[in-house]
Design a protein around this ligand. Structure first.
Ligand code: AMP
Ligand code: GLY
Length: 418
C-alpha cells in the first residue's frame, strides 16, 4: 500500500522511519519532508492545500494519509480526504477542537468530570481584568485558540497578569486565537505526555514520555516546543498508570462517545501529576515532538499495522507492545531559538554521529542543498539513543552530539536528569 505522511519535523521523520520498518509491503511518501526524511522516503516539497494533497494521493495511488501537524487537522484535511475514500490517521475537524479551542477542551473535561484545573473564560477584557483583582496567585492565562504552543502565560502576581491579559486581548499578540481567554488555577506537580490511540470503537494507551519544555538547563529560559524527552520514567509506576487510565483515559473515551465525537488518531494528553493525582492540562490531537521520536523507537508493534487499524476502526484487534528499554531524545536547536536565529548554516559530521550504535538521528529544520545539510529552522536535529537504562541512553546520546560539527546550534545538557 502507498502511504503519505504530511509534515516536516523530527516527529514526521521518526514516523517515516518507523513506517519504513513495517513488514507490510508499502511505499512511503512525505510532503514536504526535510533533508533527513528525503533519505528514507520519497519526499515532495509541494505546497500543502487540500486540493494539491488529493491530487497527489490520486497520482501516487495513496490509500492512507498520516497527518503530523495540528493546523491541517484544524483545517479539516482529515474530513476532506476521508470523504473522498482515503484512509486517514488524524482526527476530524470536530474532534480536533480538543486542541484548537482550549475553551472547548475545558468544557469537555468539566462536563465529563475529568480532573482538570478550575477555570473561568472571558471574551471581555474589562470583565477579565476585574476578575483578576479578586483572585489568588499564581494563575495561568491562556489564549483560546492555536498559538504555536506560546499562548499560555503563567502569572505570579496581579501586575504580571494584567500585562499578560493586555498582550493577549488588547495588543493581540496571538491574533484571533486570543479573542477569548481562560484564566486557570495554577497546578503544582510534574508533567507527563500521555499518548492514547482512539478509533470509533475503542482506545489503547500507546506509551508516555517526559518532555523538557524550557530552552535551557535546569528548566530555565523561555518555553519551546520541547528540547528533549525520554521514556520510561521511574515516576510513572503501575499504580499511577491505573489511576490515569481510570480517571482520565477511560472517561475521555466515554465522553467522546457521549458527545458523538468520532476520534481516529492519537490523542496527546498533557498531564500534571499533583499530590492529589493526575490532572489534564491540555489535549493535543497529534503526536508530540520530541515525544514521538522516543515513542517510535520504543514501540515494539508494527506502526503501520497500528495506523491502518485506527483508520479502519479496528484498533481493538491490535495489541500494543513497547520495548523494555530506555530511549532518550536530545534536541539540537539553532542558537536564539525560540526567538530569532540564523538559518542556512551547514551541519557537518552527521554520518559520524549516526554510526554510533543505538543512535538514530531525526531531522527537523534541515534542507539538502547540493548534498550539504543546511539548517532551516528553530529545532534542527533530534538525537535519539536507546539502552537498557536511562543513564546509559543519555551517555550514548551525548557522545553522538559531540561528533556533530555545527557551531550555530545549542542543546540542553540535562535531558533525562529529572
Ligand atoms: P498548554 O499549552 O496548555 O499545555 O500549556 C503550556 C504549559 O504551561 C504546560 O505544559 C504547563 O507547563 C503550563 N501550564 C498550563 N496550564 C497550567 C496550569 N493550570 N498549571 C500549571 N501549569 C500550567
Ligand atoms: N512537546 C510538546 C508538543 O509537541 O506539543
Amino acid at each position: 500500500m502507498n502511504i503519505l505522511v504530511i509534515g516536516n519535523g523530527a516527529r514526521e521523520h521518526s514516523l517515516c522511519w518507523a513506517l519504513n520498518k513495517s513488514k507490510i509491503k508499502k511505499r512511503i511518501f512525505c510532503i514536504p519532508g526535510n533533508a533527513g526524511i528525503q533519505e528514507v522516503v520519497d519526499s515532495f516539497n509541494i505546497e500543502i492545500n487540500k486540493k494539491k494533497i488529493l491530487q497527489f494521493c490520486k497520482n501516487k495511488n495513496i490509500s492512507l494519509v498520516v497527518i503530523g501537524p495540528e493546523q491541517f487537522l484544524e483545517e479539516g484535511f482529515s474530513d476532506f480526504l476521508t470523504n473522498r475514500g482515503i484512509l486517514v490517521f488524524g482526527p476530524s475537524k470536530k474532534a480536533s477542537k480538543l486542541e484548537y479551542s482550549k475553551s472547548f477542551a475545558k468544557n469537555f473535561l468539566k462536563k465529563h468530570k475529568i480532573p482538570s484545573a478550575n477555570f473561568r473564560e472571558f471574551s471581555s477584557y474589562t470583565k477579565a481584568e476585574k476578575y483578576l483583582r479578586d483572585i489568588q496567585f499564581p494563575i495561568v492565562i491562556k489564549a483560546d485558540g492555536l498559538a504555536a504552543g506560546k499562548g499560555v502565560i503563567i502569572c505570579n502576581d496581579l501586575s504580571e497578569a494584567k500585562k499578560g491579559l493586555k498582550e493577549i486581548m488588547i495588543t493581540k499578540k496571538f491574533g484571533k486565537a486570543g479573542k477569548k481567554i481562560l484564566i486557570e488555577e495554577f497546578l503544582q506537580g510534574f508533567e507527563v505526555s500521555y499518548f492514547v490511540l482512539f478509533d470509533k470503537n475503542s482506545f489503547s494507551v500507546l506509551n508516555y514520555a517526559l518532555d523538557h519544555k524550557r530552552a535551557f538547563d535546569f528548566n530555565k529560559g523561555p518555553n519551546t516546543g520541547g528540547m528533549g524527552a525520554f521514556t520510561p520514567s521511574k515516576k510513572i509506576d503501575k499504580n499511577l498508570k491505573k489511576i490515569i487510565s481510570d480517571r482520565i483515559v477511560k472517561k475521555t473515551f466515554e465522553g467522546l462517545k457521549k458527545d458523538k465525537i468520532v476520534y481516529r488518531g492519537v490523542l496527546f494528553i498533557g498531564l500534571m501529576i499533583t499530590k492529589d493525582g493526575p490532572y489534564v492540562i491540555e489535549f493535543n490531537v497529534r503526536f508530540g515532538d520530541p515525544e514521538c521520536q522516543v515513542l517510535m523507537r520504543n514501540l515494539d508493534t508494527d506502526i503501520l499495522k497500528i495506523v491502518k487499524a485506527v483508520a479502519n476502526d479496528k484498533l481493538s484487534n491490535i495489541k500494543i507492545k513497547n520495548k523494555k528499554l530506555s530511549t532518550i531524545c536530545v534536541v539540537i536547536a539553532s542558537m536564539g531559538y525560540p526567538n530569532t536565529y540564523k538559518i542556512n548554516k551547514q551541519i557537518k559530521n552527521l554520518n559520524e554521529a549516526q554510526k554510533i550504535k543505538n543512535i538514530e538521528i531525526f531531522h527537523a529544520g534541515t534542507k539538502n542543498v547540493k548534498n550539504k545539510v543546511l539548517s532551516s529552522g528553530g529545532r534542527v536535529l533530534s538525537i535519539t539513543a536507546q539502552a537498557k537504562d536511562l543513564k546509559s541512553a543519555r551517555k550514548i546520546a551525548y557522545s553522538a552530539i559531540k561528533k556533530i560539527n555545527w557551531r550555530y546550534g545549542f542543546f540542553r545538557k540535562d535531558i533525562g536528569k529529572k
